[in-house]
Write a protein that binds this ligand. Structure first.
Ligand code: AFP
Length: 326
């Protein structure tokens, strides 16, 4: 069966991806395969635990955050197509080759709190065309709307190592074959169910939500006897990559709304490294992705590490949530 499965390159060719972009995607994926080896070795590779450092987001870096960031950064800076890179773990934009055609942003290790518990973690990445009107190391390279992404994807280091990717066409899923070390196409076209009975939100933040969002969640929880007249189930992974993967496979709604915990930081998830790539993957699989008022892919970014509320997943359920929020 395995030999009949398509490898990544023919699939990208079918999606009319040009050879330079294809090589760039492969650079990211080769790096992710190295990360996958470290993840699978766990304590044996000395990757568990924290460093003494905080990243630009004010979060204590895990050892694997630093290792994964370095692996991807080193690989990208060797690729002449990379004009610049931005990472959740880097303070500033890092310039690459002045003639590179693309800029790449990534969250090297999403779901850091799951590293030490052997839970789901992943690498999220996005690629834009480089801008010729601003310097390579300018933040403006990355202040492009999400709808301008030429590729978005994640590698999920779970029970299997999976790649979910779109280059503007369908959102496709590949599984890393440990024998050939190749990503093989296992779901040619992901399609998110329009309706769902499953939601993902961190309920511990409830007291910090606005009243409209509280009302929406309360109506989900009230089940068959409530206004929604159906029973909803809840799941929370603490890793967006795992939660979004679940909704791509069996439908669902993933929410990280604005909250009042920290007035300087009204939302948690990062637009560039998390919200935009996931929004493109979700939309290209038939789902919807909004902050609380507009389509995520339409947001004009203003800063590199900007954070936004996120509501994404099954189209009809996202619409229902937005009715409460408006
Ligand atoms: P880390 O990668 O810093 O652990 O954060 C993961 C994340 O950005 C996103 O992947 C999760 O959905 C969310 O944060 C989890 O947040 P909680 O800490 O509220 O569970």
């Amino acid at each position: 069966m395995q030999s009949l499965m398509q490898k990544l390159t023919p699939s990208l060719r079918a999606d009319r991806v040009n050879p330079e972009l294809m090589r760039l995607i492969n650079t990211i994926l080769d790096a992710s395969k190295d990360i996958a080896i470290s993840v699978s070795q766990g304590a044996l590779a000395g990757i568990l635990g924290s460093t003494q450092h905080e990243n630009v987001q004010g979060e204590t870096q895990k050892k694997l955050d630093v290792i994964a960031n370095q692996i991807i950064k080193d690989a990208l800076l060797k690729n002449p197509q990379v004009r610049a890179l931005a990472s959740e773990e880097e303070d500033d934009v890092v310039a690459g080759s002045p003639t590179g055609a693309y800029v790449v942003a990534f969250d090297p290790l999403d779901g850091s709190s799951n590293i030490d518990i052997n839970g789901q973690i992943g690498t999220i990445f996005t690629i834009y065309k480089a801008r010729n009107d601003v310097p390579a190391n300018s933040e403006l390279q990355f202040q492009q709307q999400g709808k301008q992404q030429v590729c978005a994807g994640y590698v999920l280091y779970g029970a299997s190592t999976l790649l979910v990717i779109t280059t503007g066409g369908p959102t496709r899923c590949f599984t890393l074959d440990s024998k050939s070390n190749q990503f093989l196409l296992t779901v040619p076209e992901l399609a998110i169910a329009k309706d769902t009975q499953e939601f993902a939100v961190n309920m511990a933040n409830q007291r910090f939500w606005n009243s409209r969002f509280k009302d929406y969640i309360s109506d989900l929880i009230s089940g068959e006897t409530g206004i929604r007249k159906k029973r909803f189930n809840m799941r929370w992974n603490a890793a967006m990559v795992g939660d979004v993967h679940r909704l791509l496979i069996r439908g669902g709604i993933f929410m990280y709304p604005s909250d009042s915990r920290d007035p300087k930081q009204p939302a948690k998830l990062r637009l560039l490294y998390e919200a935009n790539p996931m929004a493109m993957l979700v939309e290209n699989a038939g789902g919807k992705a909004f902050n609380e008022s507009e389509r995520i892919l339409d947001i004009v970014p203003t800063t590199l590490h900007q954070r936004v509320p996120v509501i994404m997943g099954s189209a009809n359920e996202v619409d229902s949530c937005l009715i409460y929020l408006r």
